[in-house]
Design a protein around this ligand. Structure first.
Ligand code: ZN
Length: 372
């Protein structure tokens, strides 16, 4: 994969100036070629092909129906790599349901290439921030936007579609390390984005490169340039809003009473909140789901802690193997991140209260599991 991508760059006329960058890549042994923000404009074509009927069964009516529900379970499908094409079919189904072809006249091949590029851009060696998480966020957003929140009654179809694209792209190229790690190690992307929402800026830029590469929304006969600009703005601002350290300032901008849905700004904030809540939705289903996600987050933290120790840094307790109590960590996550976010979202979309209730139930379940 790595050498293939470098070969691609050489064959496609990389100028002399890029040679030193390529040398850096070879020396640094990147996990994936797209770890390098400077190379995004040269993204190689998707390595996967679309699962065609005959080679892979189409979704049944029951399967299609299943992704309209928060009970959808991505774990068994993701665990079997041979079943991954099914996840692509689910994404296509959800995007078609949101109007890809009927409303925005996006060609099937364009939509599929876009989905394949997204799939290709997540690293399955990263324990948590891989395609399973992102699929889960996109599917959860789909349920929020179309079923649970009532958003489809007040937001425009292109706004809801933009939120789905943001959910699917919000962690593109995630390296499995967090913002403080990148800032502390002065990584290439931290330097690129001046230490500000480093990963989120990276994911958003990555999303825009893929969108441009595939011209997903460039059908100007159907979508006006103004709508494309609005679409892009929603995608970028929704991805940037997934930086949890910016929660306070984001919530301060919300119209906490009586949102005026005729205002584009309020509609944009509504989408941002739905995407953000979908991103931190591990605790809104039954407790058995929470118990599957939590160790994956923990393992990703521990691996970062291992790297920090190798670099002579002192990892925080949550990043140190053997130290944290997983139940206490989850209680903190629910209390300080999830509940404030979902309550803020409920102020905009009252039906989201069902998820606030689910958070409280899971918090109680973790309380019982806490180390005494
Ligand atoms: Zn995420």
């Amino acid at each position: 994969m790595e050498s293939g991508a470098i070969e691609y760059l050489r064959q496609n006329g990389v100028p002399q100036l890029m040679e030193s960058l390529l040398a850096d890549i070879v020396n640094a042994k990147p996990q994936r070629p797209y770890d390098y923000i400077n190379l995004l404009t040269l993204l190689p074509p998707p390595t996967q092909t679309w699962p065609e009927p005959g080679t892979f069964p189409s979704l049944t009516t029951e399967e299609k129906q299943s992704c309209h529900n928060l009970l959808f379970n991505v774990f068994p499908i993701y665990a079997d790599a041979a079943q991954h094409p099914k996840l692509l079919l689910y994404l296509e189904y959800m995007m078609q349901t949101l109007g890809a072809k009927n409303t925005f006249s996006i060609q099937t091949s364009t939509l599929r290439n876009f989905i394949l590029r997204c799939y290709d851009s997540y690293d399955d060696r990263v324990p948590f921030h891989n395609f399973r998480h992102v699929f889960n966020v996109a599917q959860t957003y789909f349920v929020f936007a179309t079923e649970q929140s009532g958003a489809s009654n007040v937001l425009k179809p292109i706004e809801i579609f933009a939120g789905f694209v943001a959910a699917l792209t919000h962690d593109l190229g995630h390296p499995g390390t967090n913002n403080p790690f990148h800032v502390a190690t002065q990584s290439a992307i931290a330097m690129r984005y001046n230490n500000i929402s480093v990963l989120e800026n990276y994911h958003a830029a990555y999303a825009m490169h893929i969108l441009k590469k595939e011209n997903l929304m460039e059908n100007h006969a159907v979508i006006s340039p103004e709508d494309v600009a609005c679409f892009n703005e929603i995608v970028i601002s929704s991805i940037l809003a997934t930086d949890v350290s910016k929660h306070k300032s984001l919530f301060a901008t919300l119209p906490l009473q009586d949102p005026d849905w005729t205002k584009a700004e309020h509609r944009r904030l509504g989408i941002m909140m739905l995407v953000e809540c979908a991103d931190i939705s591990n605790e809104i289903r039954s407790h058995s789901f929470s118990e599957m996600w939590a160790p994956l987050v923990e393992e990703e933290f521990f691996r970062q802690g291992d790297r920090e120790r190798q670099l002579g840094m002192k990892p925080k307790p949550a990043f140190t193997r053997g130290e944290p109590d997983i139940a206490s960590e989850q209680i903190g996550f629910i209390t300080y991140l999830c509940v404030p976010a979902y309550k803020a979202c409920t102020a905009l979309f009252p039906k989201m209260q069902a998820s606030v209730d689910a958070l409280e139930r899971n918090k109680e379940a973790w309380e019982k599991m806490k180390k005494k």
